[in-house]
Design a protein around this ligand. Structure first.
Ligand SMILES: *[C@@H]1O[C@H](CO)[C@@H](O)[C@H](O)[C@H]1NC(C)=O
Ligand SMILES: *[C@@H]1O[C@H](CO)[C@@H](O)[C@H](O)[C@H]1NC(C)=O
Ligand SMILES: *[C@@H]1O[C@H](CO)[C@@H](O)[C@H](O)[C@H]1NC(C)=O
Ligand SMILES: *[C@@H]1O[C@H](CO)[C@@H](O)[C@H](O)[C@H]1NC(C)=O
Ligand SMILES: *[C@@H]1O[C@H](CO)[C@@H](O)[C@H](O)[C@H]1NC(C)=O
Length: 352
């Protein structure tokens, strides 16, 4: 049974990036102030219910495309990205999954120059490599550095890769508008290098993640055709050309997006990546990565699974040891908060 939950949100506490997402969810015209956002959540069970999200297939026709073989790697418009396309790996870790046999794979998209974010993850939730006898493997997904930064920055990435063996770097240019490519390369990489893992999570580097809660929930989750997170429904398509997530009507004529899991962190069973890749052959790739997975899911006729409202948070949850011990993921206000929360939660003693 799907349940509508209204969050009363003080938008001044929301970071710039998530502000845009909230605007998609709510309304393009809101910038600062308070507003209500609607998410579909289930209550109280994890994973057993799903909203049927497949709507009128005729609405799909405008996004459908047979991908042209003659022009495979050129985006059709500035709002599309070059996908599908055969990207190559600059750095790869092709053997790690086979050797480690993980239950859960954490895939963290991050820009090549953002060493600090990777180090924070490596020293906080990225340290959890064995949870209840199950292996958790962590990888960072990077695009290519810009031509101007190639020498020094790429040399740094190379050294870092050698030191940690957790970097997968692909040769599309790493920019904000290419994030959809990054997500799809994550899916390709999982499908070909980690097919035997049970679950993967795509999670942003600036999130707080409670790996223990996640694993506990996954032990009870379906093993197949499963994707969950903070599932937004009726996200409004932004028509203000100045908005960061603008899509003109001729690119996407519908007023609302189909359900999609917010890009901050979503979890899926390992049969899903090849399904997304299949869907992507038929749905033109727009530059908004989480929305794009939603469009692929609609094409595939598959629903997202909602999660209880207290597990994934787009608005930073103020640190509270008890509350943090029960949630899966939340945005954080800054890096220091991300580090401090994790350190405190790791202290011995009952959190509640
Ligand atoms: C969203 O913004 C439009 C103007 O762009 C306005 O007409 C509409 O009433 C708003 N909708 C909501 C739900 O606030
Ligand atoms: C948000 O929801 C609350 C409770 O439903 C309502 O009182 C309030 O007016 C809403 N605020 C906005 C900005 O829509
Ligand atoms: C997955 O497991 C099967 C059987 O155990 C093995 O043959 C295959 O090589 C594994 N694939 C990967 C990608 O690890
Ligand atoms: C490369 O690494 C060095 C040493 O850690 C650092 O000082 C420098 O700023 C880095 N350069 C780039 C472009 O990231
Ligand atoms: C990535 O983004 C940049 C600029 O946003 C663009 O020039 C480039 O062609 C895009 N695609 C690839 C595959 O690098």
């Amino acid at each position: 049974m799907a349940l509508l939950v209204f969050y009363y949100v003080n938008l001044s506490e929301v970071s710039e990036i998530w502000m845009s997402t909230i605007q998609i969810l709510y309304n393009a015209t809101i910038t600062r102030g308070a507003s209500n956002i609607t998410f579909n959540t289930t209550s109280p069970l994890w994973s057993t219910t799903a909203i049927a999200s497949v709507s009128d297939p005729s609405a799909l026709s405008s996004q459908l495309t047979s991908v042209s073989v003659t022009e495979p790697c050129k985006p059709a418009t500035p709002y599309h990205v070059a996908y599908p396309c055969s990207y190559r790996y600059i750095f790869n870790e092709p053997e790690r999954c086979r050797k480690e046999n993980p239950f859960l794979v954490l895939m963290v998209p991050v820009a090549p120059g953002n060493r600090e974010a990777r180090d924070v993850v490596r020293s906080t939730w990225g340290t959890e490599k064995l949870v209840m006898d199950k292996v958790v493997s962590l990888f960072f997904l990077l695009g290519d550095v810009s031509p101007e930064a190639r020498n020094e920055q790429q040399q740094n990435v190379s050294q870092e890769s050698e030191e940690y063996h957790d970097i997968v770097q692909s040769d599309f240019l790493d920019t904000y508008t290419n994030l959809t490519i990054k997500t799809m390369v994550i899916m390709e990489w999982l499908a070909s290098h980690c097919r035997n893992a049970s679950y993967a999570m795509k999670i942003d580097s600036d999130m707080f993640l409670n790996v223990n809660t996640l694993m506990n929930k996954l032990f009870q989750a379906p093993r197949q055709t499963y994707i969950t997170g903070l599932v937004a429904s009726s996200g409004m398509v932004l028509r203000d050309p100045h908005s960061k997530w603008y899509l003109p009507k001729d690119i996407f004529p519908e007023d609302y997006y189909p359900p999609y899991a917010l890009g901050l962190g979503y979890v899926f069973s390992l049969d899903m990546p090849e399904k997304f890749i299949e869907g992507a052959k038929h749905v033109k790739a727009v530059y908004i990565e989480d929305v794009y997975l939603g469009l692929c899911m609609r094409y595939l006729g598959m629903p997202f699974t909602n999660s209880p409202g207290d597990l994934f948070h787009v608005v930073p949850v103020p640190y509270d040891r008890c509350r943090y011990s029960k949630l899966i993921a939340t945005t954080t206000r800054n890096i220091q908060e991300q580090i401090n929360s994790w350190k405190d939660l790791m202290q011995p003693g009952p959190p509640c």
